[in-house]
Write a protein that binds this ligand. Sequence first.
Ligand SMILES: Nc1ncnc2c1ncn2[C@@H]1O[C@H](COP(=O)(O)OP(=O)(O)OP(=O)(O)O)[C@@H](O)[C@H]1O
Ligand SMILES: [Zn+2]
Length: 704
Amino acid sequence: MSNTPWLGSVAVVHRLPGRIRLRYRRHPDAPAHGAALEAAACLLDGVETARANDRARSLVLHFDPALTDGDRLAAALAGLTLDDIAAKTARTDDGRAAVAAALAVLLGTNALPMGLRLPVSLHAALPLLHHTAADYGKNGITSHVLEAMAVSISLARSDFTAANTTTFMLALGEYMENSIARRSDDLLKHLLRPTSDQVWVLKDGVEVQIPATEVAVGDTVIVGAGTVIPVDGTVLVGEATVNEAAMTGESVAVVKGRGDAVLSGTLMEEGRLGIYAEQVGSRTAAARIADYVEQSLTAKSEAQIEAAKLADQLVPTVLKLAGASALVTGNWRNAASVLQADYSCALKLATPVAFKSAMFDAGRAGILVKGATALERLASADTFIFDKTGTLTTGMLDVTDSITFDASFSADDLICLAASVEEHYFHPLALAVVNAAKATHNHHFDHAEVQFIVAHGVASVIDGKRVVVGSRHFVQEDEGIDISLHQPVIDRLYQQGKTLLFIGYGGKLLGILALKDSIRATSAETIARLRRAGAKRILLLTGDHRDRAADLAAALGLDVFHAELMPEDKADIIARLSRDGARIAFIGDGINDAPALAGAHVGIAMQGRRHRPPDRRHRPVGGQHRPRRRRQGTGQCRHGPHRRQLPSDRGAEHRHPGLGGAGPAVAHRHRAFAQRHHHRHPAQRLAPTDADRPLERFHAERNR
Ligand SMILES: Nc1ncnc2c1ncn2[C@@H]1O[C@H](COP(=O)(O)OP(=O)(O)OP(=O)(O)O)[C@@H](O)[C@H]1O
Ligand SMILES: [Zn+2]
């Protein structure tokens, strides 16, 4: 019966280039196993994916037309035998049954009558021997051969306990490896493909629900709050906040409206969008990333490759040793024990299992590890470098003081002025200021285009005068604003452990905002555990003031700190330490740390915070952009149509911001840096090409 065809009949019912749908009839004896049919179909030459519906007796195949065609596939399927299917289903079984059987044999054999012990033990060892024969044919002498020899010799000597123990241990090892591999694969699917099966699309003005697999390019997909966006595309209507952490690593939600690009796999937090689908199914960015992670999970780590090599190198030595001991002592039992004591298979087995289970555990704790290599590098790291804001501290700051040096500005006015220019940015300081403004009269100051200078602050023009908000370095050294008059106040605030923001207006220091950050509750314990785990050096690199860095380093017992750094300074320090042989793990919050992350041995990005955009204004849905509606206060905001200020556009907007045009020239290396590295601002993580391309396509479509 094993050569009975699995399918009674196979007929092609629908053809498309690279895709066919088949109708089949199962042989009455064949098991109802759609998954097995899919798996078997996937083994055929040229088949890319297979989807079976056993109840509808339909099988959809996607294939490479260069390699095969529909008729050839139908014929190949008709030729499948029950044996083929059985082999395939056996492989999808995780080996639990084999373990149970081996255990039963191990425990029960000695109770059997003498005559039965050999056949029972032999039967239990058969899969191993069978497997080894196949492996020997393919790979020559490997550790499998040793295992099989150990079992065979024990069987030949009627040492059934030894034979059965080996069989059982090998089955157990295989089962453990399979089940851990499957658990981590399930987890990955959960992490990366949380998309639901059903999707709403707009058909002739009516919203209808269709299976996710049937969404086509050009459909208008409707996505509501709390759901994962199923396609890559461009927003046609609506406004929403989208958390793109799964795709860009940036945890700050971004506002998406008409014309903006959205990515599959990202989460709609609030709002509702109609999206023009441009990439669907396996071509979406989410599917590609999932593939990437799956690949890196299966890609062997260096340790795995080393272990496998070592194991196979040990084989001839062990064989010689076994032969020698048999010759010298004249006892085959000694040879068997040498073979059994061969740990090469344990070496091979233990490494992938250890890596996969570590990745699985990390995943459950909310940590996505990009492959075994990353874990290996982390294990070998001896120098841990942290940035400050949002990493060792919570990054959720409160404005504690607002001090103005101009009598016509109240403390609240100062906060609102700073908030007016900061409101489009997601830097922790910007978010704090905007938040503080909400608790005041929240007046919006009209201003010109805002420039963002990485690791410095922001600048704009209000009533014809240049306004700058940022670090002391930015305001004093780059903008040439004299702050010496107010040094006593500044010193006092620093002594109170506060982070300061300087606000310059018309070339003068208008005021200072003091902010208080708090150390993360878990930081001290984390540092202590790193030390216990053998970290040699723990450093702090920050863009903030020296006093802040010193306080924090003292509080947490860090070895070294460097303060008032530009992102490229951080990268320089890391490069220097690496040259001196340090193996560096860099831990940042993902804001402005791309250069540093790139130079480290291994990078860790924390995404603990979940911020809403500072302000959710309503843009008209559909039609033209009207100047944005103001929240409170009077006057008209002049920074033009709002969408030009959206994060995704900021790269283009600020690439030639005419720095220094309105105010004092900012003429030193930092400006060049700000422009050069502009794309590294987290809000611009999406490659500009990715953001631009769909928009062009979308316009082309619309104008047709
Ligand atoms: N949007 C902004 N608004 C105001 N000031 C800013 C802004 N972005 C950066 N700055 C100023 O530039 C300094 C350096 O910024 P950067 O982001 O490099 O480091 P940081 O905020 O100190 O965090 P970390 O400790 O993680 O390096 C900040 O301390 C702040 O004074
Ligand atoms: Zn500078």
